[in-house]
Design a protein around this ligand. Structure first.
Ligand code: FAD
Length: 279
């Protein structure tokens, strides 16, 4: 297998037309072998990292190899945002959309849902544009295609005006609380993520992102679902093991604002901290 990185769309077209068993490669984050081939991998990371905003249409047409973290900063600087983001800043827009990378909670659909159009280099090297509005009959299946339809060069994504987000993290949600209040928890904020280490019968963290104008979360007794406020320091390896007496279920939630939007790897005190705006 070899990896090729064309620098122009014309070069990409020639590679695809002349190649055998070609497969598109994003940032290679997928843990499955979905992007593997015994032929040629073609990455679009070498194409110019364009991101053209059409303010009238409320869209951005972005080069397929651009990463979400880079795109978000460019959009924000221009007063725009995506309705939902990959939680990992370093994955490509094309790879995330091609695999229907997840949304978050009830209110945010998966990342592919924002795609309004896609430009593809197909097997014979020709360019094809598929558009949600202009060609609705051909569009379904074009985005979450796992790279099977061709190599995407650009995607056109729906935008929303930039908006602040306040994120609260709740530690140690008991498993029964999630199953018993699933709809309530998943609908509790603009964006909801639940993380687990698959041990201890608990969910390690719940992240609630509230958009500007949403009500503040309730934090005292009577909070809608119960979580365990952390009272002990966290070890470097993760949450301390919990015995039956280790962490009684509390009637209150302990929100805290995380330092950054990264997958949790260490525990932290359950004391409330003031929220921090994020975009
Ligand atoms: C166990 C697991 C956990 C995950 N956790 C998270 C998470 O916490 N947060 C998060 O945001 N995402 C997560 N993901 C999803 C991940 O973001 C996706 O797998 C996504 O595909 C990664 O993008 P990539 O750029 O690395 O794509 P790649 O892994 O390189 O490729 C994925 C697929 O997209 C196709 N593809 C890539 N580029 C193009 C292109 N230009 N044109 C056409 N097809 C293309 C490839 O052919 C392949 O089929 C997770 C995935 C897995 C399997």
């Amino acid at each position: 297998m070899r990896v090729r990185r064309p620098r122009t769309v014309a070069g990409l077209q020639a590679m695809v037309a002349g190649g055998t068993r070609v497969r598109a490669l994003g940032t290679g984050h997928s843990f499955s072998r979905i992007a593997d081939t015994d032929g040629e991998l073609i990455s679009t990371a070498g194409l110019p990292p364009t991101a053209d905003i059409d303010a009238a249409a409320g869209t951005v047409t972005v080069a397929s190899g651009v990463k979400y973290g880079d795109l978000a900063q460019r959009l924000n600087a221009a007063g725009w945002a995506l309705a939902n983001m990959a939680s990992l800043p370093h994955i490509s827009v094309a790879g995330a959309c091609a695999t229907a990378t997840h949304g978050s909670g009830d209110h945010n659909r998966n990342l592919a849902a924002a795609v309004r159009a896609v430009d593809l280099v197909t097997a014979d090297g020709s360019l094809l544009t598929l558009d949600r509005d202009a060609g609705p009959a051909r569009f379904p299946g074009a985005v979450v295609a796992l790279g099977a339809l061709g190599v995407a060069t650009t995607l056109t994504l729906d935008l929303v005006p930039a908006f602040p987000v306040r994120q609260y993290v709740y530690d140690d949600l008991p498993g029964g609380e999630l199953t018993g209040h699933f709809d309530e928890i998943m609908g509790a904020a603009y964006s909801v993520s639940v993380f687990t280490w698959w041990r201890g019968g608990r969910h390690h963290q719940v992240w609630l992102k509230h958009a500007d104008g949403d009500p503040e979360p309730r934090t005292g007794p009577g909070t809608r679902f119960r979580v365990c406020p952390r009272t002990r320091p966290r070890s470097k390896k993760g949450c301390p093991a919990r015995g039956t007496s280790g962490c009684p279920i509390s009637g209150s939630a302990s929100p805290r604002a995380p330092a950054q939007n990264s997958r949790p790897s260490t525990c932290s005190p359950g004391r409330p901290r003031s929220p921090r705006s994020r975009r």
